[in-house]
Design a protein. Structure first.
Length: 358
């Protein structure tokens, strides 16, 4: 197995020797992890497109690699996308407004970035002859109840509409990946809880019985790489993931940081939250391929022949249920602690915390 893994890694490095990759939103949590993965594989040129020059400067100083080039621009502006896209072979589209409250208060800004911006990136990639573009989506796009999820759902529709229009033989493959909560990503619950523990403030819990998928950043990168390797036109890939209740997640963190009596404040459900998140609907699963760790959901390639929409039923869907964080593998506190300890950010936090207490 070790020799096989080594051969696969060497094969990836050889493939990457001929690639020029663009990451939109490349200064975010996913983008930085993807960037490091590409550098480790020897990719000769990785372009980062984002609008935050301060984050770009921080990343530039942290990476210090001549293989990385930075483009200041905004996916809302097609010209700036086209400049970054010229000569690129692959695109990871991660740029988005991701914070649920921000999108709730400024929904048109979410539309401009998450829908129109995505349309700009996909059309630019097709026009530039890019071989593959993978768009990042979220479980909040499934049965959405908030503006962020609605915009991501529309992003998926925009990507699939273009994939459908250019057809399976087009030189550019357009695909998507959808995943749940990425552990320790910027603005997510785990770094908030850790900060509250370290500063002695109460941990703010909405509803203890809520469940959420738990996926390390490394698995989100593996998901994107899987899409690049396996995508057909318009495919959407989902990585299967375990979940936990918010209550068990908080308990695991309290135990790791040795704070058994740390206060917890139940603040109630926030606006536009769900009790559980859904990664795939029963209807999607009825047209999916189970690939072990992944589901491939094939593009709906029906045309405007309305009979296929209104006159023909689907017996398979009725026999399935949605795939969500209430019915996936449920982690207990010990499992959650083990998963948390696999994160370098948690190990770093625990190290500095324990040093401070000596």
């Amino acid at each position: 197995m070790t020799n096989l893994t080594g051969r696969l890694q060497e094969s990836e490095r050889l493939v990457m020797n001929n690639e020029r990759v663009l990451i939109t939103g490349g200064t975010g949590s996913f983008g930085k992890t993807m960037l490091q993965d590409l550098l480790d594989k020897g990719c000769p040129e990785i372009r980062i497109l984002s609008r935050d020059e301060e984050k770009q400067d921080m990343l530039r100083n942290a990476i210090r690699s001549s293989n990385v080039r930075f483009y200041v621009g905004d996916v809302r502006d097609r010209d700036s996308v086209d400049r970054a896209m010229a000569g690129v072979t692959r695109v990871f589209h991660a740029a988005a407004l991701k914070q649920v409250p921000s999108c709730e208060f400024f929904p048109l800004e979410a539309v401009k970035t998450n829908i129109i911006g995505s349309d700009n990136v996909i059309h630019s990639a097709v026009a530039a002859g890019v071989r593959s573009v993978v768009c990042l989506s979220t479980d909040k796009a499934v049965l959405p109840v908030n503006a962020m999820g609605m915009c991501k759902a529309m992003m998926e529709k925009v990507a699939q509409a273009l994939a459908r229009s250019i057809g399976p033989d087009a030189p550019t493959i357009v695909s998507m990946v959808r995943y749940g909560n990425v552990m320790y990503s910027r603005g997510s619950a785990i770094p908030l809880f850790v900060n509250q523990i370290r500063t002695g403030r109460p941990i703010t819990v909405t509803e203890p019985a809520m469940t959420r998928f738990l996926m390390p950043l490394r698995d989100s990168v593996a998901l994107v790489n899987h899409a690049f390797t396996n995508a057909h036109q318009g495919d959407l890939f989902i990585r299967k993931a375990p979940a936990s209740t918010i209550s068990d997640l908080v308990t695991a963190l309290i135990e790791l940081f040795g704070r058994p009596n740390h206060p917890i404040e139940h603040i109630g459900w926030r606006h536009a939250e769900k009790l559980f998140e859904t990664l795939a609907t029963a209807q999607e699963l009825s047209q999916s391929e189970d690939m072990g760790d992944y589901f491939r959901i094939k593009m709906d390639d029906r045309d405007l022949n309305y009979k296929a929409y209104f006159s023909e039923g689907d017996q398979e869907t009725a026999r399935r249920e949605d795939y969500h964080s209430h019915n996936t593998e449920r982690l207990n506190v010990a499992d959650i602690k083990a998963l948390l300890l696999s994160l370098p950010e948690i190990r770093s936090e625990l190290g500095s915390w324990n040093e401070a207490r000596v």
